[in-house]
Design a protein. Structure first.
Length: 237
């Protein structure tokens, strides 16, 4: 990742056991030097587009697609607000399957993880229950017959619309659907697919500001804009 070429260095006293003198130093990247978008900038929707991460996309391939330069992968990561690429970038299908198998065991891939409510509307299309609420197998609601007599409600599911009637409705009546372990992990993985990406018209301004912030100001440890020293804290040799 070209990001590390943009991070300034620091001369740091060597932590190695084998060294010639106590003043021996090493050159390290200053990982404490970071940037983030100001809140008012992050909320400025005119500077960003939404991007859907497809299976097989990586930060470098997205950067190549958007900016014509795969080395600008760090721009994609920073503008998406990603701190941990391993946990926050969606897995491809193969790695998602392997991750789920490792987590639950192959015999439990399709075992129940939880139930999710279906969207339910009454005879006048008014919302009775929203979709997507996590519930257990004992979840029930008061049905339309008890409240309104011989009327029916409808449960709206990915597989179609089902009619509901009765005094009390339970999971077995279709007011909630079972979500398997694999389906749950797929849903969670898909939530990571929508990210903000910087519009190309703002790219150069971003790079200029980024590099300016990364440069060191002059101080007692200043060596040059991309390098500072540190004090040697050893008191004996």
């Amino acid at each position: 990742m070209a990001y590390f070429r943009e991070i300034p260095d620091v001369v740091y006293q060597s932590p190695l056991l084998r060294k010639l003198t106590s003043t021996e130093s090493i050159l390290a990247k200053n990982l404490f030097r970071k940037v983030k978008f100001l809140n008012h900038v992050k909320n400025n929707v005119s500077m960003f587009n939404k991007y859907h991460i497809r299976d097989g996309d990586r930060p470098e391939t997205v950067a190549q697609k958007l900016y014509g330069n795969s080395a600008l992968d760090f721009v994609v990561v920073l503008t998406a607000g990603i701190n941990n690429i391993l946990n926050e970038w969606p897995l491809d299908n193969k790695n998602l399957y392997n991750f789920t198998e490792d987590k639950y065991g192959i015999e439990n891939l399709n075992s129940l993880h939880h139930y999710e409510t279906s969207e339910i509307r009454d005879q006048d299309n008014r919302l009775i229950q929203p979709a997507g609420l996590n519930v257990d197998q004992y979840y029930t609601i008061e049905g339309p017959t008890r409240r309104f007599g011989e009327v029916s409600w409808k449960a709206i599911k990915p597989t179609g619309v089902e009619s509901l009637n009765g005094n009390t409705l339970s999971v077995s009546d279709g007011i909630a659907v079972a979500v398997s372990n694999y389906r749950y992990e797929t849903i969670e993985n898909d939530k990571k697919r929508s990210i903000d990406v910087l519009r190309s018209s703002y790219l150069q301004q971003f790079l200029d500001d980024f590099r300016r912030i990364m440069r060191y100001d002059r101080n007692s440890q200043y060596l040059h804009p991309m390098l500072i020293g540190t004090e040697n804290t050893r008191i004996v040799e």
